[in-house]
Design a protein around this ligand. Structure first.
Ligand code: LLP
Length: 425
């Protein structure tokens, strides 16, 4: 979608102050481009919305690193004061390397290994979100051995339908995430008897690309009730991690949640508990701030359809193939050309390598540049080298400055990574 920082100037698409065509010429295509100012503003929007309704030191934005874990982006986000939400030892390392303090890092994730937990406990993170009783026992054992106290929260599953794509819903009882909210009190009672465990938090996350406040409210009301029950049973709960999932405007008709309204709802439902609020937004910070620039390879006219084949593919951005996600595609140069109906597809040998079907688009020809929008989140992090296609370059733009933010991958570097044992050769 067109945004404040990704828009047309004199009919030419610009990422902040840079002409998309110039970026494509300089860095090649397909190309991930991110608008730095946009990312900064998105991260600050959370801070501003919550600052209006609660004291400054009572909430922490922990950016969900999984959405985009590039060091440049993490650094930008860290500079807004945010911490991180990580789900693997690798993401933890990335957050630390970008200078995010351990005391601002929450560790979520449904299957943390012994090694990952040991590293996390040693670092004295803000909180480890526990996904099962078995994990609680494991953490207790490791922390005791290390003579540490692990600050934990139980991630509860509130059984709320987030009304999003079923593949990105996490808060229904049939989803693999969290601990059934009905079992929570019993498990907190167990945790209390564990000397190396400080069960000071409750965490919840119900899904991603959520466009309505109502499911959040239902989930937080259940959490509020749990916190009261826990306190009545002698548990000192000081933190509520309200998760992430706020959706972005992928489609023109999408109406994302207003952050002021969201913050007010959080205050209304959880404010009286006087807890520290931790948030884990990912997509809403980086999603709209990124595009994939791609050139048309050829236009294939069949009897039934016209296919516009572009040089970006499902290996670069898998969301359409994986979740039928809609990513609007816009031309880098507005033109008065007649519109045609086409499918916009990638060159990978898979039927699902389709970005858009039956789209009305200004007539395209080989060499034209287009932008796949809303690609900043879950784009490059989910990309692969399928069909021996090197991962697309990534560029950060701020005003009229641009820079490559990941080492270029080449066919040569992909082949060089393979090992052929002597007994095969
Ligand atoms: N916290 C937890 C515990 C999560 O599992 C997630 C995302 C987030 C925070 C951040 O959610 P966000 O604010 O980004 O919606 N690959 C999928 C999305 C998977 C989301 C997984 N969890 C996609 O491309 O739509």
């Amino acid at each position: 979608m067109i945004t404040k920082h990704i828009k047309y100037k004199k009919n030419k698409l610009h990422i902040e102050g840079m002409d998309a065509e110039k970026l494509a010429e300089k860095y090649g295509t397909p190309l991930y481009c991110y608008a730095a100012t946009h990312i900064k503003e998105n991260a600050e929007a959370y801070k501003k919305a919550f600052a209006k309704v609660m004291p400054k030191n009572r909430f922490t934005v922990c950016y969900a690193v999984k959405a985009n874990s590039n060091q440049s982006l993490l650094t930008l986000i860290r500079k807004t004061g945010a911490g991180a939400d990580v789900v693997s030892g690798g993401e933890l390392q990335r957050a630390l390397t970008a200078g995010i303090a351990p005391q601002k890092i929450v560790y979520s994730g449904v299957g943390k290994s012994e090694k990952e937990l040991t590293a996390a406990i040693k670092l004295d993170l803000l909180q480890i979100n526990i996904e099962s009783e078995v994990e609680l026992e494991r953490i207790s054992r490791i922390a005791q051995k290390l003579r540490k106290t692990a600050r934990i929260a139980l991630r509860v599953n509130p059984d709320v339908d987030a009304k999003t794509h079923h593949k990105i819903s996490t808060g229904k009882k049939e989803d693999k995430f969290g601990i059934d909210i009905g079992d929570a009190l019993r498990i907190y009672n167990r945790a209390k008897k564990m000397p190396a465990i400080a069960a000071t938090g409750v965490a919840v996350h119900i899904g991603s690309q959520i466009l309505h406040i109502a499911p959040y409210k239902r989930a937080y009301q259940r959490v509020a009730k749990l916190v009261k029950d826990l306190r009545n049973n002698g548990h000192a709960i000081t933190t509520v991690d309200i998760g992430g999932g706020i959706g972005i405007r992928q489609h023109e008709k999408d109406m994302p949640i207003n952050l002021d309204a969201y913050a007010k709802m959080v205050r209304d439902v959880l404010g009286a508990l006087d807890v520290h609020i931790v948030m884990e937004p990912g997509r809403s910070i980086v999603g709209e701030a990124g595009v994939v620039l791609s050139r048309v390879v050829s236009v294939k006219k069949g009897h039934h359809k016209t296919f516009v084949i572009i040089d970006a593919a499902m290996n670069d951005l898998v969301r359409p193939a994986m979740y039928d996600a809609y990513h609007a595609i816009i031309p880098a140069k507005k033109s008065a050309r007649r519109r045609m109906t086409c499918d916009i597809v990638g060159p990978v040998c898979e039927t699902s390598d389709v970005f858009l079907k039956g789209e009305k688009f200004p007539a395209m020809q080989a060499g034209d540049l287009v932008a796949i929008t809303c690609a900043g989140a879950y784009g490059t992090v989910m990309s692969s080298t399928y069909n021996t296609r090197p991962r697309a370059n990534e560029v950060l733009v701020k005003g009229t400055k641009s820079a490559l933010i990941r080492k270029e991958e080449t066919v040569r570097s992909l082949i060089a990574a393979d090992i052929v044992p002597k007994w095969v050769a």
